[in-house]
Design a protein around this ligand. Structure first.
Ligand SMILES: [Zn+2]
Length: 134
């Protein structure tokens, strides 16, 4: 589980910056929640997964390639990753949490990323944890 979440460090940094700029506090790599979300706030009831497009199979994304060698192995492994992700999201929702998936390829455009997260927080009525000083 850990190994498939260790890629995309710069993507995680971008998401952390976006969350802070929106005044959201969080814990990182929350192992006590289903799927060990990369960022989460239990009180505010949200969790964010930063998913690598390859490992987590971003639909129709150019990064979600299938290796040519050991194709069967990869198809099976990647299908299991996908299933596990879906299960984690269902479990989080069952706990009344908002689960947000951010794809690695979406983190390059930080203003857009911030806007997307803000839209979700606003739609769910999730307020800031701290004032933003700019
Ligand atoms: Zn992608």
């Amino acid at each position: 589980m850990r190994s498939i979440r260790r890629e995309g460090t710069s993507a995680e940094l971008a998401v952390g910056r976006a969350l802070r700029s929106l005044g959201q506090r969080y814990r990182k790599n929350v192992r006590t929640l289903p799927g060990s979300p990369d960022f989460a706030n239990r009180t505010k009831k949200w969790a964010v997964f930063v998913n690598g497009c390859f490992w987590h199979r971003h639909t129709a994304c150019v990064r979600a390639t299938i290796p040519k060698t050991n194709k069967e192995f990869w198809l099976d492994k990647l299908a299991r990753n996908r299933k596990r992700d879906a299960k984690a999201i269902r479990s989080l929702r069952a706990l009344g949490m908002t689960a947000i998936v951010v794809w690695e390829c979406e983190t390059g455009d930080e203003p857009e990323l911030r806007k997307r997260l803000l839209d979700v927080f606003e739609a769910r009525g999730i307020g800031m944890s701290q004032p933003v000083d700019h």
